[in-house]
Ligand binder design. Structure first.
Ligand code: FAD
Length: 412
């Protein structure tokens, strides 16, 4: 028996969970809604790239979770450990069962640092850092400022990873700093990317190649970080061809910035509603689970092919809100998601290439060409990322104010 039941239960109070809750509440206040979220703090993770470049203060990227919980939602401060979709129940880590009429799954993903041998022991010391962790982004900046010569390595894991461009962004921001300080020529900067392409949407690659050439970066594609020896500052890479390991190389480093492998969270593994990788199964357009019509998903946890970004969650929120309400009212699902995601690639400390695209790499620019050219870096895109986006996040997205959001109309 459930200890409590709600019309709608949302798992996760991150970017997606809060945005969906706020979007539902904007549409109706007649339903009981609970958000299950164990953390005290809510993070604006896109800001961590700029923390790693010394541009944002770390504390500007976080807020107390209580401050972002939409009024009218019950916050259950626990973690979900199991699903019982046949009984419309989720199980909490204190063994309580929570019942629902509709469930929205949005707990994000797992940063799998343990998937690289030796990495966890050396994170935060020996020159090993990652902007993927709040407490380490300041270390990236500390290392960038102190490095004058030697080897700086930036790595990127195989997809699916959140914000595919995060490794490159950290690298270009550091390179621009070193160039300004006259240190870049004394540094060997390497980019080891497990993928076979610099970026997964071809239209953005030429501009990124120019950036790589401008900073003299040694680009190694199909090179996957597999082991780190922190005390000796050695990194080990598998060399891949057609997904198979053909060689292994080692490299001494002075700075190592790691984009970790990313997988479905532990409690998402081996569930009726998830795939073999622990991602929530959803229809890519309606974001509804194909087996349980009362379960929807949003954010990094879903098995769609879009770029896992806050920008994607912002676009998914009204789709899930509309569709879950339609489900509750026994109506056809009215809206669809086009796979929109955005990756603001910080090619320097003043310019951004705003990569906006949907399913199958279709370019989906939000702005007219005269304002922001889809494939060219611009100062205005930098302003958008550094000044406007945090405000849009805290004051619009997390409040259910759906500015500049087009969804697919499925009613025709
Ligand atoms: C360095 C970096 C740079 C980035 N740059 C950008 C960018 O420039 N633009 C962009 O759009 N995106 C960017 N992103 C990606 C973006 O931050 C994520 O895609 C976004 O946060 C996903 O939202 P989410 O709600 O799915 O997950 P999260 O925001 O991670 O939230 C998940 C929530 O679920 C909770 N949770 C976890 N387990 C459980 C459980 N068992 N039960 C209940 N709750 C649980 C967590 O505590 C957390 O609060 C970046 C990310 C990083 C790390």
């Amino acid at each position: 028996m459930p200890s409590q039941s709600f019309d709608i239960v949302i798992i996760g109070g991150g970017a997606a969970g809060i945005a969906v809750a706020a979007s539902i509440i904007r549409r109706t206040k007649a339903l009981s809604i609970a958000i299950i979220e164990p953390a005290d703090t809510h993070s604006y993770q896109p800001g961590w790239t700029l923390v790693g470049a010394g541009i944002f203060k770390p504390d500007s990227t976080i807020r107390p979770m209580a401050n972002v919980m939409p009024a009218g939602c019950k916050w259950i401060k626990q973690a979900v450990v199991n699903f019982q979709p046949q009984q419309n129940l989720v199980e909490l880590d204190d063994a309580r069962l929570i019942g629902y009429q509709a469930l929205i799954v949005a707990p994000g993903l797992k940063l799998h640092f343990a998937g690289i041998e030796g990495l966890e022991d050396t994170l935060g010391k020996n020159g090993v850092t990652s902007n993927y962790l709040y407490n380490l982004a300041p270390y990236t900046w500390q290392l960038t400022r102190s490095l004058s010569s030697g080897t700086a390595i930036f790595t990127q894991s195989p997809v699916s990873i959140k914000c595919t461009g995060a490794a490159q962004k950290a690298m270009y921001l550091s390179c621009d700093w070193w160039q300004q300080k006259g240190k870049l020529a004394k540094l060997d900067v390497q980019f080891h990317n497990a993928s076979g392409a610099l970026f997964n949407v071809a239209e953005f690659v030429p501009q990124l190649q120019k950036t790589v050439a401008k900073y003299g970066i040694d680009m190694r594609l199909n090179s996957q970080l597999v082991k780190v020896d922190g005390p000796n500052q050695m990194a080990y890479f598998n060399q891949l061809k057609d997904g198979q390991v053909v060689d292994q190389i080692s490299q001494k480093f002075d700075l190592l910035h790691v984009c970790p492998p990313q997988i479905g969270l532990e409690f998402m593994q081996n569930q009726l509603i998830t795939d073999t990788n622990g991602w929530l199964k959803v229809d890519p357009e309606t974001l509804q689970n194909p087996d349980y019509a009362n379960i929807f998903g949003a954010g990094d946890c879903i098995n769609t092919s879009n770029a896992k970004t806050t920008a994607a969650a912002r676009k998914q929120a009204p789709v899930v809100a509309e569709n879950v309400l339609a489900y509750i009212h026994h109506q056809a699902l009215p809206t669809g998601y086009d796979g929109y995601g955005a990756c603001p690639l910080t090619v320097s400390r003043t310019h951004i290439l705003l990569a906006e695209f949907g399913y199958d790499g279709k370019l989906l620019p939000s702005f007219p060409k005269w304002l922001i050219k889809a494939t060219k870096p611009s100062r205005i895109a930098w302003w958008l990322k550094a000044s406007a986006m945090p405000l849009i996040y805290w004051h619009l997205m997390l409040k259910g104010r759906e500015w500049l959001l087009k969804t697919i109309d499925r009613t025709n």
